[in-house]
Design a protein around this ligand. Structure first.
Ligand code: KG4
Ligand code: ZN
Length: 340
């Protein structure tokens, strides 16, 4: 731990949230997220609109983050930004902004992998939240990704399982679209599921080898189910919405937990962390807490504001890389398919 206070600005712009955060020695001083409402009317993120909105939001988001942290830009020690993976147009806005700011302030620039950041968000100093013990398994579940990652050290990570088609967040969102729930549907399904019977309807679980996932078959099964039942009774979905949502959530959580159990058995690792937007889901949170008793796991569930896309997680990676002197130069470019 350095003797002086190290201030780092984190910038996140990989998808449809423009975010900026300031961290001081591992503690978050501000965490600003500007969500883009424009995509709701299209039922999904429109890349071109996302990059235009980032362009508008980025300066106010950074201003707010500095203001809330109570520091000026001249006090910053480094600028950390999301290099990828994500939407290229969105990444370019954050990357160009971060490069210019670091150049203008003559301070180091730090490139961050968004998926590593979802995992390393667990290392933010936060009262009441313990940091995972190495090695641990991280289940990163979001609108763009579904991965099981073996984490041996902060920057020693191996993806041991991932989706071969849709991400789990897409499974929630696309199922919700079929049910007419708007976008993003994940939080709505979660809310309605609490009022329904998870075993009311059965949806098939995919048969995928090893630790990989597949969610596209589930989406199709839900579509056929909805069409079939609608033909018999046009009010079926409306009248059974809570039960349908509970059954979908139960199936998805089951798929995730099955693979996580195999991963734990294969690796012998019982420290399990989750990250990404879908880790806000109450079903997966409850299943993990139950697994502590059933399988003797120690589970790590992040603070809500650090689960969905945010810049605090970019700032903590920035801090960890700053301590190692791991900086990027001005030639660094955004990478839409950046791997862990
Ligand atoms: O990590 P995130 O904010 O953005 C991406 O990198 O994708 O994740 C967004 C995803 C969306 O698919 C959204 O529906 C899902 O997270 N999500 C949820 C919940 N809250 C957000 N899914 C299920 N239950 C929730 N409570
Ligand atoms: Zn994300």
């Amino acid at each position: 731990m350095p003797s002086q206070n190290i201030y780092i600005l984190g910038i996140e712009s990989s998808c449809d949230d423009t975010a900026a955060a300031v961290i001081c020695n591992g503690k978050i001083l501000s965490n600003v997220v500007t969500s883009q409402k424009i995509h709701e009317e299209y039922g999904g993120v429109v890349p071109e609109l996302a990059s235009r909105a980032h362009e508008q939001n980025i300066v106010p988001a950074v201003h707010q983050a500095l203001e809330k942290a109570g520091i000026s830009k001249s006090e910053l020690h480094a600028i950390a930004f999301t290099r990828g993976p994500g939407l290229m147009g969105s990444l370019l806005v954050g990357t160009s902004f971060a490069k210019s700011l670091a150049l203008g302030l003559d301070i180091p620039l730090i490139d961050v992998n968004h998926m590593q950041a979802h995992i390393l968000a667990h290392f933010i100093d936060e009262e009441g939240f313990e940091k995972p013990e190495f090695p641990f398994l991280a289940l990163t579940i979001s609108g763009g990704h579904t991965q099981i990652v073996k984490v041996t050290d902060h920057f020693d990570m191996d993806v041991i399982g991932e989706t071969i088609d849709d991400a789990v967040g897409e499974a929630f969102d696309k199922s919700g679209k079929i049910l007419g729930l708007g976008y993003p549907a994940g939080p709505v399904i979660d809310k309605l599921a609490k009022l329904g019977d998870p075993k009311a309807f059965r949806f098939p679980k995919p048969k995928v080898n090893g630790l990989n996932f597949s969610f596209s078959g589930l989406k199709t099964a839900i579509l056929y189910f909805a069409q079939r039942e609608f033909q018999k009774d046009p009010n079926f979905i409306k009248d059974n919405l809570n039960d349908i949502c509970a059954s979908i959530q139960y199936t998805i959580v089951g798929i995730l937990m099955d693979k996580l159990k195999i991963a734990s058995e294969q690796t012998g690792i019982i420290h399990i962390a989750i990250g990404g937007g879908v880790s806000a889901n109450s079903g997966i949170r409850e299943a993990l807490i139950n697994a502590e008793k059933t399988f003797g796991w120690t589970t790590y569930i992040p603070k809500f504001e650090f689960t969905t896309d945010n810049a605090a997680m970019i700032a903590i990676v920035g801090y960890l890389k700053y301590l190692k002197g791991d900086f990027a130069d001005q030639k660094v470019i955004a990478s839409a398919r950046l791997k862990i």
